[in-house]
Design a protein around this ligand. Structure first.
Ligand code: AMP
Ligand code: MG
Length: 484
């Protein structure tokens, strides 16, 4: 089999005006070694490759490119911690768009594959641990039914890169429904002409929201659709305690997929203000602010789209404002709907919001673990932990039990619903760290067993028992790093 021609690659992004990308190949690496390969994802997108580690390493390092690959790096901008910058893929190459047998289009992107014209002062490279971190967390998010980019492979490069110390270099192959970001629109709006902006919007609509093409005002409908997708996405993060950590506008997709797993982490001891990222000193991207930040980011998308919304600027502004003001309602509705499932509620009552909020308030005061709390409620394991004996918890529990009596279905159905929505495990920080440390030292066993457990997060089983939080006390001072 010729592994270089088993791909069905297209390059429609390169039909956009020249300023949106640069044609550039990955920089070949010294001694590529396949660390992990996602066969299941490969099958899903219909890339049929032999089990040949050498060949796969050549392929997923960019040393050998598929025949139809036409690598590009994408131009974009973004607000980073509120400040506007011109960015672009400084260490990534989009090698093409794979078309699966059912006609779906997937961006195939290498990350850590060498310098590009957008590298600024960066070396274009990535370190092994952060790439494996993106791999395991993105795949865990997928298993949690949260829209996300995915990870197809990680290859170590055989080269060292300089970070806080010398580290092993690696390349991640990322699969995404596209890499169009809010920041791509900011780039078009600030740096290019209105024709280019229109080209980008038409392209994004055709690719992600084709049903909007024939709407009266497709650009306004597009803005509303992105707002809606992002509102749902952020609500789904909140439901599993995910903190993205670096919600800059260049790290927000218009497809509604989670992207860029840098300093992200799952909350353990619950707090609305939880921040893990070492660079998020002011808590801009703390757990409880994520909806607010998404709203802010979406105003940047709306501002970028203004010239397309209406020829009259005042009218365009009004349309944008009305759309943006819809975010809160969309988010609240997605949030409460998910919370009802997490609490086993079928019918709707107005006080459900207070019920959910009061549980979070208790969790925060009791320093309860996020995932364990919902797991223990779902599996009726409240006798296992002393914290559930507190009068405050008992008070909340009593109100919840009363509420369940007014449920439109049986308690048994409520528990089934809860178990579908409350994961038994998430990628807890210390397990992820342990797995990454071993991987850096050449032992992939802990990584692979953690990954296997995370791929089945909704089943309580002997194989994931050891990855549940209650077994280890989390470190309250744990920090994550961008690892760039
Ligand atoms: P991120 O924080 O990963 O979203 O990256 C922000 C920007 O920095 C993007 O434009 C990246 O391409 C760029 N960047 C990050 N790391 C590197 C690196 N090692 N070399 C070049 N560019 C980088
Ligand atoms: Mg980024």
């Amino acid at each position: 089999m010729n592994i270089l021609n088993t791909w069905q690659l297209e390059n429609t992004y390169a039909d956009l005006p020249r300023q949106f990308y640069t044609r550039i190949n990955p920089t070949p690496v010294n001694k590529p070694n396949l660390i992990i390969y996602n066969k299941e994802l490969s099958n899903l997108i219909d890339i049929d490759l032999p089990d040949d580690k050498e060949l796969l390493a050549q392929l997923f390092s960019g040393n050998k490119l598929p025949e139809k690959a036409k690598p590009i790096s994408q131009a974009y901008a973004g607000h980073q911690f509120g400040h506007f910058s011109i960015l672009g893929d400084g260490r990534a190459h989009l090698i093409g768009e794979q078309i699966s047998a059912n006609g779906k289009r997937y961006d195939i992107q290498f990350k850590g594959s060498g310098q590009t014209p957008y590298s600024r002062n960066g070396d274009g490279r990535a370190a092994l641990a952060p790439m494996l971190r993106e791999y395991i967390i993105s795949e865990a998010m997928y298993a949690l039914n949260i829209p996300t980019t995915r990870s197809l492979a990680v290859v170590s490069t055989g080269e060292s890169i300089m970070r806080s110390s010398l580290m092993k270099g690696a390349i991640l192959t990322r699969v995404a429904s596209s890499h169009i970001r809010v920041g791509t629109f900011e780039y078009a709006s600030k740096m290019l002409d209105s024709e280019a902006l229109k080209n980008l919007a038409d392209y994004a609509i055709k690719r992600h929201y084709p049903e909007l093409t024939n709407q009266e005002n497709p650009y306004l409908s597009f803005l509303k659709a992105v707002i809606s997708q992002q509102a749902k996405l952020i609500a789904s993060w909140m439901h599993v305690g995910f903190i993205h950590g670096v919600m800059n506008t260049d790290n927000m997709t218009i497809s509604g997929e989670t992207i860029d797993y840098g300093p992200c982490a799952f909350i353990d001891i619950f707090s609305m203000n939880k921040v893990f990222s070492s660079i998020d000193q002011n808590g801009r991207y703390e757990y409880g602010s994520q909806a607010h930040v998404a709203h802010w980011n979406l105003t940047k998308l709306a501002e970028s789209l203004l010239p397309l919304l209406h020829e009259n600027m005042d009218d365009a502004l009004k349309l944008a404002e009305v759309s943006i003001s819809g975010f809160a309602k969309e988010f609240n509705s997605a949030w409460i709907s998910g919370m009802r499932s997490k609490l086993g509620l079928f019918n709707e009552e107005e006080d459900d919001y207070v019920l959910a909020q009061n549980l979070f308030k208790w969790m925060e005061t009791a320093k309860a673990d996020f995932t364990s709390t919902f797991r223990d409620l779902s599996y009726e394991r409240l006798s296992e932990n002393e914290i559930y004996k507190s009068p405050d918890f008992k008070k909340w529990y009593e109100v919840w039990q009363q509420r369940l009596l007014r449920n439109s279905k049986t308690t048994k159905s409520a528990l089934i619903l809860m178990r579908k929505h409350n994961p038994v495990i998430v990628p807890y920080n210390h397990f992820v760290e342990e797995a990454l440390l071993a991987a850096e030292n050449g032992d992939m066993k802990p990584f692979n067993s953690l990954l296997a457990a995370l791929l089945n997060p909704f089943t309580l089983s002997a194989s994931n028992e050891s990855f549940q939080q209650s077994t280890i006390q989390p470190n309250p001072n744990y920090q994550t790093f961008c690892g760039t």
